[in-house]
Write a protein that binds this ligand. Sequence first.
Ligand code: SF4
Length: 402
Amino acid sequence: MIERRRTRPLKVGSVAVGGGAPVSVQSMTTTKTADVDATLAQVYALKGSGADIVRITCNDADAAAALAEIVPRSPVPIVADIHFQYRLALAALEAGVHGLRLNPGNIRNPAHIKEVAIAAGERGVPIRVGVNAGSLDKDLLEKYGAPVPEALVESALHEIHLLEEVDFNDIKISVKHSNVPSMVEAYRLLADRVDYPLHLGVTEAGPPPAGLMKSVAGIATLLLEGIGDTIRFSLTADPVEEAEAGRKLLEQLGLRERAGLDLIACPSCGRAEVDVIAVAAEAQRVLEAENLPIQVAVMGCVVNGPGEAREADIGIAAGRGKGHLFIKGNVVRVVPESEMVAALLDEARKLASEGVEARLAAADGDAEAMAEQAASELLASQGDPNQVRELRERVARVARGE
Ligand code: SF4
């Protein structure tokens, strides 16, 4: 269980952020904001992929005007992304957005920042102070010589100070960096200085898989330390991938409930009785369409499969041309190998509607015995892994001269 840092609560539209609220997933549209239908279609797709909040660029007057149409039709709160032109922040507020993101690196006139804060305060709209290493205030760049973590934090604190001067406290902050250790350090420093909620992200992470690795490395490190109230994977990819990745990360860390399928599979080894990669891919394809909130295991052999995956709700293990279907580690049915995935799908549906106890009660009487028989035949032909382990230890002892 992760002990989360205590932060001030705020609301982005209907979504609570900070103050112990569930960590929320954000993503950003890539359409031209002025194209209302295309932007709304992407917002709906992002919502369907796990995004709680969607950010939309407000980069000109046409974009601001389009927000007036987009916001009331959006299924999730909308944050307007503002760079350079504070008037567009005022226009976005007029359009009814639920949040603003201001970049302190390119909106630098204190009077303008305060004017936006006062207008946002009147409407109860929060502001994210979104510091980005790539667009850091040039005075700070000169002072520090590089966008080091301390410079990012100083930029954020300076902007927060301006907002606080007009009694504006509905603030969340990001200090994004494309270098993972620098990003992690910046957020740690910031978390020591303020109790505002933090929005985590590795900026310009790039395309998957490297972009995913960078984002997971930075965001998960901080979340495991209890730092972070809302997250975004900044991938060079369809933003739907960002939302899905963000949602999955939170589920894996136990910070959000599983909304859909969690398919686990053994890595396969020489003992595998089936092409685990192909079976897992096929199982993922058919089960994902069902969107069942269960954990499903695909295991390469019946010798170790049901035991190793006993925590899974349901699973299948191959052996001697058969598929051994198991629920919570108990083998309930044995089917021909060619029917493995179909049987898994059928049982998953029943499990989701009837529950574990009912499906265990409906198990075939001879399934466990058939699985044991297949496992012992495999052991006879491939060797008992426990005995092999003992042998390895004996060999290692001999090698050490013990
Ligand atoms: Fe190998 Fe069987 Fe374990 Fe898969 S379940 S890794 S095939 S021993």
